[in-house]
Design a protein around this ligand. Structure first.
Ligand SMILES: CC(C)(COP(=O)(O)OP(=O)(O)OC[C@H]1O[C@@H](n2cnc3c(N)ncnc32)[C@H](O)[C@@H]1OP(=O)(O)O)[C@@H](O)C(=O)NCCC(=O)NCCS
Length: 149
């Protein structure tokens, strides 16, 4: 198992992973490519042999804040500590770029992800009503969570 920087050629492989990991609103190829571009090198993948089983992307908001734009682990590999490992690796890159704060938005019903973020030191800073377009578990609301880097 190996964490490395994402390459442009990885993006095609992420489409399947997205669809597997996000039952609602997975990013399509164009959205993944745009996020990759905006992340300016703050994108990483988790590889098992040649297979990509997870990824994470960060996008700078301003000079201080960086957003965890997306993070996903293949459902076959969830619950093994890889999500948190990817998150901490992404934070390390943010830190090296001089960011002071990591920010993210998560669906209020995504309790697994909220647990991971809390366990990694994030706290809820805001409730975002109807933040998402699509419903998930009967809700479009989200939390904004933050962590000092
Ligand atoms: C959210 C996600 C990235 C977590 O990855 P993961 O590899 O399964 O998580 P980990 O095994 O690293 O778990 C990290 C911590 O979160 C907790 N956790 C993660 N998923 C959990 C779940 N479904 N239920 C309860 N706790 C959970 C773990 O118990 C662990 O806690 P600990 O650090 O106190 O031991 C993964 O479930 C995923 O890809 N989900 C679909 C996509 C998604 O929702 N992304 C986030 C969008 S904001």
């Amino acid at each position: 198992m190996n964490i490395r920087k994402m390459k442009k050629s990885d993006i095609k492989k992420l489409v399947n992973l997205e669809e597997k990991a996000f039952p609602i609103g997975p990013y399509d190829y164009n959205m993944l490519r745009l996020s990759y571009k905006l992340s300016r090198g703050m994108s990483i993948v988790l590889e098992d042999s040649a297979r990509i089983i997870g990824y994470a992307m960060g996008i700078g908001i301003d000079e201080i804040h960086c957003d965890v734009e997306s993070i996903a682990i293949d459902p076959d590999y969830q619950g093994m500590g890889f999500g948190k490992k990817m998150l901490l690796s992404l934070e390390e890159i943010m830190r090296s770029r001089g960011y002071k704060s990591s920010v993210l938005e998560v669906r209020e019903k995504n309790s697994g992800a909220i647990r991971m973020y809390t366990s990694a030191g994030y706290i809820i800073s805001e409730f975002l009503e109807n933040y998402y377009e699509e419903m998930y578990e009967g809700s479009r609301n989200a939390f904004r969570m933050v962590k000092n880097l």
